[in-house]
Structures are given as C-alpha cells and as structure tokens.
Design a protein around this ligand. Structure first.
Ligand SMILES: [Zn+2]
Length: 306
C-alpha cells in the first residue's frame, strides 16, 4: 500500500506578484527535494483534476463562487482582501487545488492507496463559507472532508490543522456540524483573529504564545487532540498541513522543526490506524521559507509512506 502525491503544474500559474510569499516557488522547492532525495520513486504521483461546482457548493455559498468568478481579471491582479489576489489563472489553479483534495479522498476511500498528500496551491483553510481571505479562495480540506461525508460508510471525520495560523475558514464551515471534529494548534494572538474563542464540542482550539517551544506544541497535541480524536472515533482523517510554524519560517514565531512534523504525522497515522482503517488525506496549507517547507514536507511524506 502506497502514498499518493497529488499535484498539478498549473498550480504555478496562480501568481500574486514577485513580492508575495505565497508564490509558485513553494511547489517547485517541494518537487525538487522529492526528486533529489528519490522519495518520489516510492510515491504514486497523480495529477490533480478540477473540482466540480457541486463539490464546492457543499462548503461555500453560491454567491462566493459567483463573486470570485466576476472578480477574475483578464490581466494583472485584483485583490479580494489586503493580502489575497486573483490573477487570470487563479481560479483555474484553485479548482485544481480543491479538485486534488477530492481526488486524494477518492483514492484513499477506494483503497487504491493507504493515504495521500495534496501538494497544491492556492491553500484553503482561511476560506470561509462566503469569503476568500488569507491567500485562500476555496477551502480545499473542507471540500475533501465534505466529499468523504457524502460517501456511504463515512459518518464522522476529523480535520487536524497544524498551520501556524488558525484555520478560521474550516471552523466557520463546520462549526454547526458535530460529525466533523476540527482540532487546531496556532500562534495566538495572531492572524486571522476569527473563531479563536469559539466554544463548541467539535472545535478544539489550542492557541500557543509566540516563541513557545516545540515541547508545548507537542503537549497540546497529546493532551487535547489525541483524547478528542479517541472520543470522536473518525472514519477518516484530514490534515491541514501548513508548515509555517517552522522555526525558519519568515511569517511567524513558533519553533517547530522537521522532526516535529514527522512526529505529528506518526501520531495521526496511529489514530487513523486505530479508528479509520488508515484512511488519511493531508492537504498543503502554508509554509513560506521554500527550503524549510520542502524539507518539512519531505519528513511528513517519509512518515506517511513508511
Ligand atoms: Zn499559515
């Protein structure tokens, strides 16, 4: 049983300008490290497909989709919030990014692979039911989780988000759906300052102060995520895999290293083995130092494919 690695060259067509940290270089760096180390030979590489309007409609308002389509520029870039921009190819890439997460879900559910990593962009976890924000247009992991829940035999899922930013979009989309457990670790106070105080049994928020050591992050996962997962007994796990809590990331101030990402991946695989028949899909979110990102993804994929 293998690990699928899903990406698409057209994800690089989404370009918010030379100064923007969420840049095509991120995926190129990942691809290069996977090739140089030879790990790619042990994975099943698959090309992402487009998402369908019906799959998006499960987690976003129709107005959200229409608004994005109407804002799409013919040339140049158009900002949808102060740090998120559309270029002419952005929705093409966003559709492949969400569609890649759906393909990963289908591959895992069909038993063709043990688990899957979706290395696409734009990322998704800040996109709310009716709003693009924080470099995100469609909430890829939410589209994937909703797709899994639409299949027979999948009644409960869990989304585990270790990006340094809180996954406000995922919480917004699933806050009234108790069958979806959403656990997050995130720097706080910090962007996006939405839903970090929400009180719901299916939302497990673990805020961490800037400059917290990695041991505190591990402690939050052991004491908060793992018991919540054991109680929820998910039929499938989804990871919002952001690597911007890395100590070398320029965007934030947490102190994780590659070995921490390997550790959390192993913890979540053990949960998937215990409750979910190993079913696990991991979707790339942030990570803005291309080298730190690529080596963190390498550790994550080495664990997933071990
Ligand atoms: Zn982030």
């Amino acid at each position: 049983m293998t690990t699928a690695y899903i990406t698409h060259p057209d994800c690089s067509l989404h370009n918010m300008g030379p100064e923007h940290p969420e840049s095509p270089i991120r995926l190129h760096a990942i691809q290069r490290v996977l090739e140089r180390t030879g790990l790619i030979e042990q994975l099943l590489p698959l090309e992402a497909r487009h998402v369908t309007p019906e799959q998006i409609k499960r987690v976003h308002s129709e107005l959200h989709q229409t608004r994005l389509e109407m804002k799409l520029p013919i040339e140049g870039v158009v900002y949808t919030d102060e740090d998120t921009a559309l270029c002419p190819d952005s929705l093409h890439a966003a559709s492949l990014s969400a569609g890649g997460a759906v393909l990963a879900t289908e591959q895992v559910l069909s038993g063709k692979v043990k688990n899957a990593f979706v290395g696409t962009r734009p990322p998704g976890h800040h996109a709310e039911f009716k709003a693009a924000m924080g470099f995100c247009f469609y909430n890829n992991v939410a589209v994937a989780a909703a797709h899994a829940l639409a299949q027979e035999g999948i009644e409960r899922v869990a989304i585990l988000d270790f990006d340094v930013h809180h996954g406000n979009g995922t919480v917004d989309i699933f806050k009234e759906r108790p069958e979806v457990l959403v656990c997050s670790t995130f720097q706080h106070p910090f962007y996006p300052e939405r839903y970090s105080e929400i009180d719901r049994p299916n939302i497990v928020n673990c805020p961490l102060a800037a400059f917290s050591p990695a041991s505190e992050w591990r402690e939050a996962i052991e004491s908060r995520w793992l018991p919540a997962l054991d109680a929820h007994k998910p039929d499938m796990l989804f990871i919002s895999a952001g690597f911007d809590a890395h100590k070398e990331d320029p965007m934030a101030d947490l102190n994780l290293e590659e070995e921490d990402y390997r550790w959390v991946t192993e913890q979540l695989m053990a949960v998937a083995n215990k409750h979910a028949g190993d079913r696990l899909v991991s979707v790339l979110e942030g990570g803005y130092n291309p080298v730190a990102l690529a080596f963190s993804v390498l550790a994550h994929l080495e664990a997933l494919s071990a």
